[in-house]
Design a protein around this ligand. Structure first.
Ligand code: AMP
Ligand code: ZN
Length: 116
C-alpha cells in the first residue's frame, strides 16, 4: 500500500478525523475506534513504515520515544500504577491489520496471558 492510501498516514496528517489524546512532531496517539479494553490507545508515528519489520537502526530514537510517550499517557489516563500493556502487532500471524506501524496501549482491566 502506498503512503497516499494509508489510513494511519491520513489520521496522522488529519485528513481523517480521530479522537486524539496526544500529539507531537513525531507521533499521534488516538483512541482506538473499536476498543478491546477501557483504555485502548494507538500510538502512530507520523512518518510511514509498514511494520516493525520495516524499521532500521535509524528508528531507535523514534521507537524509544514511542515507549516513553506510552508510559506518560498511561500515567495521564490513570492506569500506570495498576498496570497496562504496550504491544505492536507485526505481520499477519501477529494480528496486524493496518500496515502502518503502531503500538497499542491497553489498560483498565486484567489483560490475561498468553494473548489469543
Ligand atoms: P492492528 O490489528 O494491530 O493493525 O490494529 C489496528 C487497530 O486500528 C484496530 O484495533 C482497529 O480497531 C483500529 N482502527 C482501525 N481504523 C481506525 C480508525 N479510523 N480510528 C481509530 N482506530 C482505528
Ligand atoms: Zn502510513
Amino acid at each position: 500500500m502506498s503512503e497516499g492510501d494509508c489510513l494511519f498516514c491520513k489520521i496522522a496528517n488529519q485528513e481523517i478525523h480521530a479522537n486524539v489524546v496526544f500529539e507531537d512532531d513525531k507521533l499521534v496517539a488516538i483512541k482506538d475506534i473499536d476498543p478491546v479494553a477501557p483504555v485502548h490507545i494507538l500510538l502512530i508515528p507520523k512518518s510511514h513504515r509498514a511494520s516493525l519489520n520495516a524499521t532500521t537502526a535509524e528508528d531507535i530514537e523514534l521507537l524509544g520515544h514511542i515507549q516513553l510517550t506510552a508510559a506518560a499517557i498511561a500515567k495521564k489516563l490513570n492506569v500506570a500504577e495498576e498496570g497496562y500493556r504496550l504491544l505492536c502487532n507485526c505481520g499477519p500471524a501477529g494480528g496486524q491489520a493496518v500496515m502502518h506501524i503502531h503500538y497499542h496501549l491497553l489498560g483498565g482491566r486484567d489483560l490475561g496471558w498468553p494473548p489469543g
